[in-house]
Design a protein around this ligand. Structure first.
Ligand SMILES: Nc1ncnc2c1ncn2[C@@H]1O[C@H](COP(=O)(O)OP(=O)(O)O)[C@@H](O)[C@H]1O
Ligand SMILES: [Mg+2]
Length: 263
């Protein structure tokens, strides 16, 4: 545990071993035989940390985070969140992908509502609606609520994906090259929005990027995955992100609210 005092003298306690990747190995079965992608990976993430994972294409970044999200199972080792072993996907670990993963026949509003409804089925209808509206507003998409993905730009689609993930109040937000398909101006806008959201929600963020500038701008910590096989993690020490250094006061608020009826 670590006690932190921010610039507004707000003291809070964080858990240094919030997320633990412990001796994680992954071997894929391929027609040519077993392919060991990851070997004995060790990584500990602090609660509320914004960690950026960088590395060349194909080195195993998505494989690693897929085992945090629970989409894939390790061959050896385990991932623990708050001391509990991750065995399957769950709403406490939401993933935002590069290709948005929105349902094309639903509007922006409906895409978020569907997720809220399936994770918080017992909430009153008006509370579900309020959550969806709050998160559409958070990403500046209130006006586009009734548009379907094909009517939205890439940046708007990614905003819907981020809003949908955050509406479920995840403990960990996992982003797999989320801005890779966006033009540079939209990417910069979304980076700043993400940083603001991270500061407001105090969610723990794991983000894959191959853009070192993006990692330096956003991350508290940067972990580089070397080329394998098998790759190794080269960990930096904690440093203040460039993004937060620019606007430290407005990005230091604490907000750890959760929905009362969350299961
Ligand atoms: N299901 C699979 N079966 C076999 N090999 C895979 C599978 N998924 C990924 N790989 C291989 O594992 C390596 C790491 O992939 P990945 O984790 O997607 O890398 P990254 O996200 O860093 O680009 C790559 O060589 C990829 O081809
Ligand atoms: Mg990948």
């Amino acid at each position: 545990m670590q006690t932190v005092t921010n610039s507004t003298s707000h003291t809070y306690t964080t858990n240094d071993s919030y997320l633990v990747i412990d001796g994680l190995s992954k071997t894929y079965a391929t027609p040519e035989g077993p392919y060991r992608v990851l070997d004995n990976i060790q990584l500990t993430v602090r609660e509320g940390e914004f960690l950026c994972l960088i590395g060349h294409s194909g080195c195993g970044k998505s494989t690693l985070l897929d085992m945090v999200s629970g989409f894939r199972q390790p061959s050896e080792g385990e991932v623990r969140l708050e001391g509990r072993r991750i065995k399957e996907p769950g709403p406490d670990r939401m993933v935002v992908f590069q290709n948005y993963a929105l349902l094309p026949w639903l509007t922006a509003y409906e895409n978020i509502f569907l997720a809220v409804n399936s994770v918080f089925p017992k909430l009153k209808q008006r509370d579900k609606v309020a959550i969806v509206q709050e998160h559409l507003e958070l990403v500046g998409l209130t006006e586009a609520a009734d548009k379907k993905p094909k009517e939205l730009s890439g940046g708007m689609k990614q905003r819907v994906s981020i809003a949908r993930a955050l509406a479920l109040r995840p403990k960990v937000l996992i982003l797999d090259e989320p801005f890779g398909a966006l033009d540079p101006i939209t990417r910069e806008e979304l980076q700043e929005e993400l940083l603001q959201i991270w500061a407001d929600h105090k969610v723990t963020v794991l983000m894959i990027t191959h853009d070192i500038d993006e990692a330096l701008f956003l991350g508290d910590r940067l972990v580089m995955m070397t080329n394998g096989p098998p790759p190794a993690l080269v960990k930096s020490s904690t440093y203040p992100s460039l993004g937060r250094a620019i606007a430290p006061d407005s990005w230091n608020s604490q907000n750890t609210t959760s929905y009362a009826t969350k299961p």
